[in-house]
Structure formats: structure tokens, C-alpha cells
Design a protein around this ligand. Sequence first.
Ligand SMILES: O=C(O)c1ccc[n+]([C@@H]2O[C@H](COP(=O)([O-])O)[C@@H](O)[C@H]2O)c1
Ligand SMILES: Cc1cc2nc[nH]c2cc1C
Length: 363
Amino acid sequence: MTSELLGLTIEAVRPLDAAAMKLARELQARLTKPAGSLGELEELSVRLAGLAAACPPPRLEPAQLAVFAGDHGVHAQGVTPWPQEVTAQMVGNFLAGGAAVNALARQTGVTVTVVDIGVAADLPPADGLISAKVRAGTRDMTVEPAMTRAEAQAALEVGIQTASAMIDGGARVLLTGDMGIGNTTASAALISAFTGRDPGVVTGYGTGIDAPTHLRKVEVIRQALALHGPSWGGDPATDPVAVLAALGGLEHAGLAGFILGAASRRVPVILDGVIAAAAALTAVAIAPSSRDAMIAGHQSVEPGASVALSQLELNPLLDLGLRLGEGTGAVLAYPIVAGAVRVLHEMATFDSAGVASKDEQQQ
Ligand SMILES: O=C(O)c1ccc[n+]([C@@H]2O[C@H](COP(=O)([O-])O)[C@@H](O)[C@H]2O)c1
Ligand SMILES: Cc1cc2nc[nH]c2cc1C
């Protein structure tokens, strides 16, 4: 059973508009630069025109980042050295403006909002905090499904509603962020399930674990996949919400909804690291065309991120060796994405600037 909001959102996720893409390609060819010289920015601008069904597409301002925060029952399996309380403490840090993502967001002009979708501790109301707790942390995926289907759907809806509210408030681009001690374990489990790749290939070192902890982390993921995998019988696409409920975090569900919400409104969404990549695979399994609204902000150090992005056929814009999360890689990529659109609005054409084109010079 799919909830009404999720069903309507899935229906509204449509393919790119071919006519707007053609106009953007033609415009790119007339701008005062050698053809193709803006590299990946050119194809990106064409895709953004197709997404908006307009050429030029709207300028990507203002930009809103949502940091989905949640805790993880699998923390009990010793997959991370950090205590679970750090999730709530870092939320406090985001709200006070003292985290890396706050500094980088101030640098690039992005507004940061935190969504408490599943932090284990009670968080007092605060400016910049959306209190939408579905549950105080997930269950341990090695013992039982991390979420019930109803909880996974509720968290997907929180994500959709967050995207809608931000777009209604004027946002023209959304950015993903996450905070959740233990969430690289849930990310690797989701990535393994949705790509069919072995947990040994997609599991990384998260916040920084030693080799024995890494071995245990891979084993924990194998155990969860062995327990739940038979329920989707080798084909996760038949019931992606069941896969999400079994293995995911509340923040993965929120992020998947956020991505679907953006795609349904034809607004681009810049993905951060491995947690966003796992959520993106989930979103694509739910609504395949949502892929076209996604921009991979950066290449996380986590191996699962590369596996997920290559399955999604997304090229990360930056490769800075980041493995922090919070939305840091998305925030850093934002000026590049906004620049790709700005070029279409502001560059002169060969005609308007009186610059001879290559063909004219040859005549
Ligand atoms: O974004 C990434 O690719 C990324 C890679 C490694 C760690 N993280 C962050 O680190 C936390 C999870 O790490 P861990 O080791 O507790 O699973 C969580 O808060 C994530 O935001 C994030
Ligand atoms: C300190 C700290 C900051 C983080 N930011 C995102 N994930 C994090 C994990 C830790 C441990």
C-alpha cells in the first residue's frame, strides 16, 4: 500500500522536457566561447533546462539545505566508535551555527535547516529545526526490520513535505544533508541491496574505524541482508519501500522523500555523500525519472558512494576526499551548479557581442 501523498508525488515525477533541452543546446552553441569549452557545465545546463522545462531554466537562488538527523539501532552492534548521543549534540551544533556545514553554507549562500526525523534524544524547539520525529531511532536491522512499513512511509512523507515547504518558500534548488551516528552501516546495506554488490565492496570506514571494526561492520551488513533479503527475493525493485524499511535509517527515508519531492516539482537536488547516494538509489527504485533531478555534488571517500553513483550514472562534480556528511559536499558544489545556469542567463551570444564565430572566420 502506497500512501496518498507518496502516490501523488511518484505520479508527478516526469521525464526531462526534450524541447527545452534542444533550446539549451542551441543557446550553448551561440554563446561566446568555443563549442564544448565549458565542459560538464554545458551538459548540466541542458539537463537543468530539461528539468525546468524552460530555457533558460530559473536561476538557482535561493538554495536550501535540509540536514535529516536520525539514530540507528544497529549502533548496538559496535559498527562505529562514536556514542549515539553525538547525533543530538551535533544537531545542537548545527543550530548554533558551529559545524563545518554552517561555515561552508555561509561561504556559498545556502540556508541550513535541520530536520529531526529520528534522533533518539528529545530536542527542544529551536529556530532552524523542523521537529518531525517519526521514531526515536531505528531498530537493529540484524534482529528485525529497522522500521515498519508505516514508519518508512511516514519518514518518506516528512521528506516530501520538507521539499514542498522549501520550494513553496521560494527555494529554486535543494541540497541534501545528514547526521546520524551509525548511518554509514545503513547506507552500505541499502547500496548492497539496490546494486547487488557484495557488502565487502561497498562498506567503508565511516567516521574512521579500525580494521577489526570494519570486518565486523561488513559481517553485520551480511547478517542483515541474509535476514531480510529473502523477503524481496533478489529483486529490490519490486518493493523498494520494504528494502528501505528493513535496512535504512529514518534519515535515508526522509532524504529519499526529499529527493522525490524536489523531482516532482521539477527542482534540482544536489546530493551530498554516501548517505544521500543510498537514498538516491531508493528514490530511483521508487520513481525512476527522479534520477534526472539529481546532481552528485561530490565523490565521497566511502566506496559505496562510487558504486551507487555509477549505477545512477551520475558524475560527481568535486573530488576533495570529503567524508564528513552534513551536506558539506553539496554546499561546496552549489556555486558550480548555479554557475551552469547563470551562464545561460548572462553570457553574450556571438551575434549580440559582435564576436565572429568560428564558421564566419573560416569564410
Ligand atoms: O557523507 C559521507 O559520505 C560520510 C562518510 C562518512 C561519515 N559520514 C558521517 O558520519 C556519520 C556516520 O558515520 P559512522 O561511522 O558512525 O557510520 C554520519 O553523521 C555521517 O554524516 C558521512
Ligand atoms: C564529530 C562528528 C561530526 C559529524 N558530522 C557529521 N557526522 C559526524 C560525526 C561526528 C562524530
